[in-house]
Design a protein around this ligand. Sequence first.
Ligand SMILES: NC(=O)c1ccc[n+]([C@@H]2O[C@H](COP(=O)([O-])OP(=O)(O)OC[C@H]3O[C@@H](n4cnc5c(N)ncnc54)[C@H](O)[C@@H]3O)[C@@H](O)[C@H]2O)c1
Length: 319
Amino acid sequence: MRLLVTGDAGDIGSVVVARLLEEGHHVTVFDDLSKGYRDTVPAGARFEQGRIHDTARVIDGAGFEAVVHLAAFSRVGESVEHPARYEENNVLGTARLCNATQTPGVNKIIISPTAAVYGEPVVAIITEETKTAPVNPYGSSNLALDNDLARRAHAGECAAINLHHFNVAGAYGSYGERHRQETHLVPIALEVATGKRASLTIFGDDFPTSDVTRVRDYIHVRDIANAHVPALAAQEVGQHDIVNLGNCSRFSVQDVPEAVRNVTGHLLPTKISPRRAGAPGVLVASNERARTHPVWIPELPDVTTMVENVWRFVPERAA
Ligand SMILES: NC(=O)c1ccc[n+]([C@@H]2O[C@H](COP(=O)([O-])OP(=O)(O)OC[C@H]3O[C@@H](n4cnc5c(N)ncnc54)[C@H](O)[C@@H]3O)[C@@H](O)[C@H]2O)c1
């Protein structure tokens, strides 16, 4: 297929594009490099720099059959400090992108909202029917674009799949887990292991979980990328689906430093700080729907593998 992938210079986008190229798709990538890196765009993809608010110039006449949309701001803390930025970038930007697909008839769109759309769920396992109730502006911006895409699909403008990503970690070759301002637990813990940071801060030790720290469902970035392959083949115009991408597994914040100690053999001092605003206690996905529609089986569910894959390309790692 001829594909436009937005946000490809980012953590997840680079791995998704690498997989889509392996599948033989023709990929044009679009990124403003506000958070990503030019050198993470895989060779073989055509790169266009710009904001998603201004995609019409690359979409018109290009004959794209589908858009995989991964360009967004995705930091909970930043969204709490600057909610208007999240509204402008994520919600308005996605609406403009979808509008630009209308005239040339790009009729399939895959988006990647966060599990933060579910807020602080009252159920132990989150299904696609679980009530959405975001507790931070990042989640709210994702819920708005989730709903917008559903409305567009139901109106017959396109086919749409909203792939709800849970906590994405890991790397594929040299792609993945590289951020200008690091907020992800695995790379931060590895920075502590290499001595780049003094200690790992664990935010909150008063959650109603077995070890009182937050519980997350970590999903390997390669499994996220793999899910895009059948998703591109599914759906007809007018159809819309939401699919949770997680492992249905519970890793506490304490499990990650443990995996990092095991993989690196380094000490990992930790310290406890108060909870961060807008951070839910437990987010664990049911992946039953993903396993059947589209057909997808996560291959790398172990958090130790995710840590190992990132550790392999940390330049400062000890011999
Ligand atoms: N990483 C996770 O754990 C996770 C979890 C759930 C959902 N997601 C979603 O997956 C997507 C990708 O996340 P990521 O972790 O790769 O983030 P990232 O910050 O690494 O990558 C996002 C990319 O989008 C680009 N971008 C941002 N706004 C843009 C705009 N207006 N126009 C053009 N380019 C723009 C950035 O430059 C960056 O390269 C996001 O939609 C995010 O909400 C990520």
